[in-house]
Design a protein around this ligand. Structure first.
Ligand code: PLP
Length: 407
């Protein structure tokens, strides 16, 4: 199944916005453009149903129904039960709440494995448990390549380990970690896993059920949606961890780890992310599939397209002397989140690219630990060029031309 790029881009209002027209967008890992379904649902919610949801009167009833629809449809696409998916303000906030739950569940002497490849969101909150008698073990990356080798996890696992927190894909290294294999290793040792999928999900919704992760988190605002954090907590772990919500809601799995009142409009607008997957699927002409099958087909089509574009960018980077590519040079092994270290600091390079109408960023991207582990001064930082399936061939060409000028 191939994606028709004109059709894809027609689903994003930003691509027909005059003020953005001449800009090529390469800061997608910071936050993607939202698809039109999300924009329309958000505006409709504010216009027609911005009331307390779940009462009997019409505006309230449809508001609640739309919130439930978002959870039900996205959970089905992720291969989990509807009440195993919940919405919080961000992935950082969701991990913070989960760490509070683990704080009440773990016993002194238990151990948690964290990595030095993660964004701080899936690292700092877990490491703080170390102040309370929990042993923190660090699964370290290769200092040259940034690779997180499962062989280095094996010696860290024993019966004391209750949790392994790691990324599906780092927002700097870009390499796709083998979540299913790592999860199997952790489970064999009796540990649960918490997977940060923020840098992976924009490149195709993962089948969390098939991956086997106990916790899987990602941020809707980087995956064509509104500013929400999506969190899957599988039932057996979610029911075992102490409830962090109101006591009287303890029996509702999807409310146990979201103590804040939800942002009703944004939760409802997340249904637009499911609309987008469905619309891409129906444009393919493939025969009918269930939600999970449709999401999987769209995931594969997004990855196919990205890989093709990525090869071109990686070839160019490989041909440039004095540029250090972070992560694999093989497009099959990585997401199109490409960090490079150059002589000039990342932020300065990004500013130079802006003068060529290339939107990109530079710095540490809250991935201070991986940068330090690879011997990169976070103050110098990386230039990060990140794109998705909606990026055009022409934009990749423009990026390469601009890079030739600034590097
Ligand atoms: C890999 C990764 N994890 C976690 C986060 C934090 O997500 P949020 O902004 O939703 O807290 C980010 C944000 O950039 C990220 O790139």
């Amino acid at each position: 199944m191939g994606l028709d790029i004109d059709f894809v881009r027609a689903q994003f209002p930003a691509f027909s916005e005059p003020s953005l027209k001449h800009q090529a967008f390469f800061e997608n890992a910071g936050g993607s453009y939202p698809c039109r379904f999300v924009v329309d649902r958000l505006a409709r919610f504010y216009r027609e149903r911005k009331v307390q949801p779940y009462w009997a009167f019409d505006a309230s009833r449809v508001a609640g129904e739309e919130m439930d629809e978002a959870r039900r449809r996205l959970a089905a696409m992720l291969g989990v039960e509807a009440d195993e998916l919940s919405f919080g303000p961000s992935t950082t906030a969701n991990v913070y709440v989960l760490a509070q739950a683990f704080r009440g569940w773990l016993n002194p002497g238990d151990a948690v494995v964290v990595t030095d490849q993660d964004h701080e969101a899936n690292s700092g909150a877990w490491r703080r448990l170390g102040g309370e008698g929990i042993e923190i073990r660090e699964w370290r990356i290769d200092p040259e390549t940034g690779h997180l080798d499962p062989a280095r996890l094996a010696p860290l696992l024993d019966r004391k380990v209750r949790l392994v927190a790691f990324p599906h894909c780092s927002n700097i290294v870009g390499e796709i970690n083998d979540v299913a294999a790592i999860t199997t290793m952790a489970h064999k040792a009796g540990a649960a896993v918490c997977v940060d999928g923020v840098s992976y999900a924009p490149h195709g919704l993962p089948d969390v059920g098939a991956l086997g992760a106990d916790i899987y988190l990602f941020s809707a605002y980087k995956a064509y949606g509104p500013h929400q954090g999506l969190m899957v907590v599988r039932r057996s772990l979610g029911e075992a961890l102490p409830n962090q919500g109101h006591g009287f809601n303890a029996g509702k799995l999807h409310q146990r780890f979201t103590p804040a009142g939800p942002d009703h409009a944004q939760v409802a607008a997340c249904a637009g992310m499911a609309d987008y997957v469905d619309v891409l699927f129906s444009a393919t002409g493939l025969e009918h599939r269930d939600s999970r099958g449709r999401a999987r087909a769209v995931h594969d089509a997004m990855r196919d397209r990205e890989r093709r574009l990525l090869r071109q960018l990686l070839d160019f980077i490989g041909s440039k002397r004095g540029l250090r590519l972070i992560g694999p040079g093989d497009a099959r092994r990585r997401a199109p989140t490409v960090s490079v270290v150059a002589e000039e600091p990342g932020e300065a390079l990004a500013a130079e690219l802006a003068a060529h109408d290339i939107m990109a960023g530079g710095g540490d991207f809250y991935a201070v630990r991986p940068l330090k582990a690879m011997g990169i001064d976070p103050g110098h930082g990386v230039l990060r060029l990140s794109f998705t399936h909606y990026t055009s061939e022409e934009e990749i060409d423009r990026l390469i031309t601009a890079l030739q000028h600034v590097i």
